[in-house]
Design a protein around this ligand. Sequence first.
Ligand SMILES: CC(=O)SCCNC(=O)CCNC(=O)[C@H](O)C(C)(C)COP(=O)(O)OP(=O)(O)OC[C@H]1O[C@@H](n2cnc3c(N)ncnc32)[C@H](O)[C@@H]1OP(=O)(O)O
Ligand SMILES: CC(C)C(=O)C(=O)O
Ligand SMILES: [Mg+2]
Length: 527
Amino acid sequence: MAINHPSFGTLADDRILIFDTTLRDGEQSPGFSMNLEEKLRMAEALSELGIDVMEAGFPIASPGDFESVQSIARKFAKDGPVVCGLARTSPADILSAAEAIAPAARKRIHTFVSTSPLHMRVKLRMEPDAVLALVTASVTLARNHTDDVEWSAEDGSRTEDEFLCRCVEAAIKAGATTINIPDTVGYAVPEDLFRIFDMLRRRVPGADGVIFSTHNHNDLGLAVANTLAAIRAGARQVECTVNGIGERAGNASLEEVAMAIRTRADVIGQKTGIVCENILRTSKLLVGITGFDVQPNKAIVGRNAFAHESGIHQDGMLKDAGTYEIMTPESVGWAKTSLVMGKHSGRAAFRDKLKTLGYQIGDNALNDAFRRFKDLADRKKIVYDEDISALVDDEVLRGHDRIKLVDLSVSTGMTTQPTATVVLEVDGQPRHGVGRGDGAVDATFVALREAFPHEVELKLYAVQAVTDGTDAQARVTVRLAEAGKTVDGQGADTDTIIASARAYVHALNKLLLKRDRTAPPEMARSA
Ligand SMILES: CC(=O)SCCNC(=O)CCNC(=O)[C@H](O)C(C)(C)COP(=O)(O)OP(=O)(O)OC[C@H]1O[C@@H](n2cnc3c(N)ncnc32)[C@H](O)[C@@H]1OP(=O)(O)O
Ligand SMILES: CC(C)C(=O)C(=O)O
Ligand SMILES: [Mg+2]
């Protein structure tokens, strides 16, 4: 049945209201406090995200909280989401909330009290009848200040059915327009949520004229599942936070709830007003403000949420993204799917990556490059595009080399003279060389000269890290000069000495090519 609500008018049967409490319950996460300017920026982003109600804070909690709620209310003085302030049952709380939200075009007071036996006995130290009286008094007072009043049964999921029904009935009679049943301690399972909402909607007089709301904490990792169960039982408002932040293990995450509703509309049959394309940037804004990143595997907004590393998945993705993606990354604000290159990647993804990096290489070169890529991926946690470019440049450049570096070992230390042993293949024949030097690189170059005797001048030796981190590849440039001809050789590897040897051998090959072009054939092929 369509509900007529003071802030939303007639609410369509298939519309779920998103009540965002990032600025209130979310801010209750240890270390997540935001200052006024940060809250205003978040408020702007949340409004652009299309939330329906913004719980802007708990005005009685501190002068700072009061000021932020009031400033947010001023920001939405003409239009925007419903601005909500939280209040306990005491008149001081309710009056403070009323004053703070007053400037907003649409405003809500959210008043709550615990209804579970444990909370009433030990926390409030009150008899149930006294709590019931507070429900009526607090909602009545709140209604004197705004038509839009939400009442919450704190620890509602651990409240006895009979008493919960009496409290909800009292709140409705006193004028509450939204009834929220929180799973305050994240104890419930989806079956509990379905049962509670179904029970309340069937048993409480006046239940069909109000919006039921669900507010779930994630202590058992069930906040989103519980939220969906409540929707199935008729809840029309969902309380959630960006990135799922909130008290202890957090609240139901806004992005997960919104995308579950959208992606599984076939089962859930509802929709929200969330502008899903804005999800990622809102999440990133919160991360920037609080300094707390989301875990990489976080659904929707984690950096791996649309990243594929394993070869079989990457192959499927290249054939049809539907094979491994249930929603598009673009639909929540990501630029595109990322095929992450790592040790689980296969040839299909590697070929595709080369294509996007602008390489066109034949099958043999591709196979050689792929072998080196797998070897690199075994040694390096993340293989970046720059690593692949360095590796392919290295491989392509070596395609027709007469001299190939087959093996290199170096021993060095503070009290031993560095010694290098190299194995080369020159025109298909193995050559060995051993060299000692001032350092490991020097010894390597001496060993190379022994394996392939030549007279050249070393003009430049430069090392550069391809990416960050101690496992980054080094890109080495070696400049050699011979008889007025100068060549640059490049080599890349996670080991600087190997990269240096590769660069030297590359430069030597270039010199041989130059000799080939200028000398008669019989001379050119001699070392
Ligand atoms: C489930 C939730 O998320 S509820 C919201 C939780 N958020 C916060 O608590 C953040 C902001 N809180 C605060 O800044 C402070 O706790 C304040 C300003 C609200 C209160 O501070 P204080 O007056 O020093 O009280 P204190 O925090 O020590 O204890 C809370 C009091 O509120 C009472 N209380 C708790 N809930 C309610 C309620 N819904 N209605 C009336 N009283 C309540 C407690 O019984 C306790 O009263 P007591 O001091 O008589 O035992
Ligand atoms: C104040 C209420 C709604 C709350 O945050 C909870 O019970 O978790
Ligand atoms: Mg909460």
